[in-house]
Ligand binder design. Structure first.
Ligand code: HSE
Length: 440
């Protein structure tokens, strides 16, 4: 049978990885797919560089629309990124009847509803294994492997840049700004690291996982997003003393009131496997009612790990493209006419537990006042840690850090109590609040 024809848009890190792995493992992949998979066209603005990478048997063009217009191309792989030209090209490829493989989490998290509807109407597949956690087959797990389950929650370290920074902060006792500069120097963080360090990249991925886990539309605009820029080395140290590591988690959870969708730094018990995922590695936990808790671990970025996911999608499409479109695995795991309208909860309605660090005057009654405010709001305390007085303020009184771990409470109520605490004259600095997830 004639090889299935692939057109690649963007010959960067992932594009060249895809090209190399497909070439290297072509026999193995053909035995699995039942047919050879051939990249016959590549579009890249730097034609000479792309041509040098692919060799003369591949047609390299600068205009991606030449690939979309080519009737011989069966699958378009979009590796451009962003929501600008990438969105237009994906929609045009679908309109031209091409199947699409993309690693573009931002595009699907924000415009997924429109893109999946267009693909459904046209009877083509849009596959995106590479969009979440790089080489880890978490989309496949959520969409197929765990399909028997009512999924309760998904929680993951789904941004390698921030996990690298947090690991370095903990191991070396350094502050965020210092480690970020080092991460940029080593190439772990981009020159403009905003999407990673502010949690946006993780929120794109969490949004996709929420849709797959619960059969809801992608709703990036409803995600709560908090990055790691305000974390101090002191909080990482105190968390460690209390038996926790701080990780940037993407969490989506089913509750009676609705769906939680949130990205923020979280204290995770050190004994959980996921708390020990260090450096740029990714890991995702999924809790299903039948299977229990499962954990998926691996490289979340990089040329060949991401190519591994792209090629898995190419193989899937090669196997399935002659099947009746209505019998294929649905894009978002649930049939499009069976999507749920479960609402995504505002952050003030989310129930979780907290780590609080308060810089207070070290004098009689301060701790009693703080715990009294928590008691009045019916917020139960899990643990309290007070450091020795270590600083003398200008006014001459001693100051110290008080750390309080709470049991579960609703965020809105926690925020009200925090406002009351902050207004106390004995609380000397802005209070640090970090959420805590037991993940059990
Ligand atoms: N920038 C991402 C990360 C990889 O640091 O994990 C691509 O999503």
């Amino acid at each position: 049978m004639k090889p299935i024809q692939v057109g690649l848009l963007g010959m960067g890190t992932v594009g060249s990885g895809t090209f190399n792995v497909l070439q290297r493992n072509q026999e193995e992949i053909k035995r699995r797919a039942g047919r050879a998979i051939e990249i016959s066209m590549v579009a890249d603005l730097d034609v000479a560089k792309a041509q040098a990478l692919c060799g003369s048997h591949v047609k390299v063009v600068s205009d991606a629309r030449q690939i979309i217009a080519n009737p011989d191309i069966d699958i378009v792989v979009e590796l451009i990124g962003g929501y600008g030209i990438a969105k237009a090209l994906v929609l045009e490829a679908i309109a031209a009847g091409k199947h699409v493989v993309t690693a573009n989490k931002a595009l699907l998290a924000v415009h997924g509803t429109e893109i999946f509807a267009a693909a459904h109407a046209k009877g083509v597949m849009v596959a995106f294994e590479a969009a979440v956690a790089g080489g880890i087959p978490i989309i496949k797990a959520l969409r197929e492997g765990l399909t028997a389950n009512r999924i309760q929650w998904v929680a993951g370290i789904i941004n390698g840049t921030t996990n690298f920074i947090l690991s370095e902060m903990r191991e070396k006792g350094l502050d965020f700004d210092v480690v970020l500069k080092e991460a940029q120097r080593l190439g772990y963080a981009e020159t403009d690291p905003t999407f990673d360090i502010e949690g946006v990249d993780a929120a794109h991925k969490a949004t996709l996982m929420s849709a797959l886990a619960f059969g809801i539309p992608v709703q990036f605009d409803k995600a709560y997003i908090e990055g790691i820029t305000k974390l101090g080395a002191a909080d990482i140290r105190y968390a460690e003393q209390l038996g926790y590591r701080i990780k940037l988690l993407g969490i989506t959870k089913r509750t009676d009131a609705g769906i939680e969708l949130r990205v923020h730094p979280s204290l995770v018990p050190t004994q959980r496997l996921i708390a020990n995922v260090e450096g740029a590695m990714n890991a995702v936990m999924v809790q299903g009612d039948a299977v229990g808790t499962t954990l998926y671990y691996g490289k979340g970025a990089g040329s060949e790990p991401t190519a591994s996911a792209v090629i898995a999608d190419l193989v899937d499409i090669t196997r399935l493209h002659t099947a009746d479109p209505l019998s294929r695995v649905p894009h978002l795991a649930f049939q499009p006419n069976a999507m749920s309208n479960l609402k995504i909860l505002p952050m003030s309605d989310v129930i979780t537990s907290y780590y609080l660090r308060l810089r207070v005057a070290d004098e009689a009654g301060v701790l009693a006042k703080l715990t009294g405010l928590l008691a009045e709001a019916n917020i139960s305390i899990d643990a309290v840690l007070q450091r020795e007085a270590d600083q003398v303020s200008q006014a001459g009184e001693n100051q110290t850090d008080v750390i309080i771990l709470t049991h579960d409470t609703v965020e809105g109520k926690m925020n009200e109590v925090l406002a009351q605490m902050q207004a106390l004259p004995t609380v000397m600095a802005p209070i640090t609040k970090i959420r805590k997830e037991e993940l059990n």
